[in-house]
Design a binder for this molecule. Structure first.
Ligand code: HEC
Length: 134
């Protein structure tokens, strides 16, 4: 019964049906071709400003306004979200993987899907990387 309730609350958090998000489930595998994708765009300041705005609406609630993973919802999540201000946090992930996750979601995160233009998704990848303290 307890696990059923947990399952329901995960569903409400927006886990997609293809990826039932048991807290201890191994992360869904990202296809190699997607992981190898390289950012084909050079986001200009206008696109970056737009990405920043969308981040505020769709992402900051979990990942935090400065990317530290301590947004209102994110702060209470298990396992804890990564702190992107730490340069080590994303060093083992490719841009393609970040793009794939932002588009398709993963585990407890719902992706942007087709609502967001490809160009804007890449701008979000650049933005997410940009949170790391130099
Ligand atoms: C409901 C909370 C939530 C929201 C909203 C959310 N995410 Fe996530 N995000 C997560 C969780 C949880 C993970 C870890 C997923 C996993 O690996 O199981 C994650 C992972 C990621 C990753 C992969 C790197 C990492 O830290 O694991 C990126 C990139 C990312 N999110 C970007 C975004 C962007 C951009 C948005 C807004 C469009 C967004 N997220 C919205 C919860 C969220």
């Amino acid at each position: 019964m307890k696990s059923f309730l947990l399952f329901c609350s995960l569903l409400m958090l927006g886990a997609s049906p293809q990826q039932p998000a048991a807290p201890d489930a191994a992360p869904a595998k990202i296809p190699a071709a997607d992981a190898a994708m390289v950012n084909p765009t050079k986001p200009n300041p206008l696109v970056m400003a737009h990405a920043k705005k969308m981040y505020g609406y769709d992402c900051a609630v979990c990942h935090g306004a400065n990317g530290n993973g301590k947004g209102d919802v994110g702060a209470g999540m298990t396992p804890p979200l990564k702190d992107w201000t730490d340069p080590a946090a994303l060093k083992d992930m490719t841009d393609g993987e970040l793009f794939y996750i932002i588009k398709n979601g993963r585990g407890q995160m719902t992706g942007e899907g087709d609502r967001v233009k490809t160009e804007d998704l890449w701008a979000m990848v650049v933005m997410v990387r940009g949170f790391a303290k130099k």
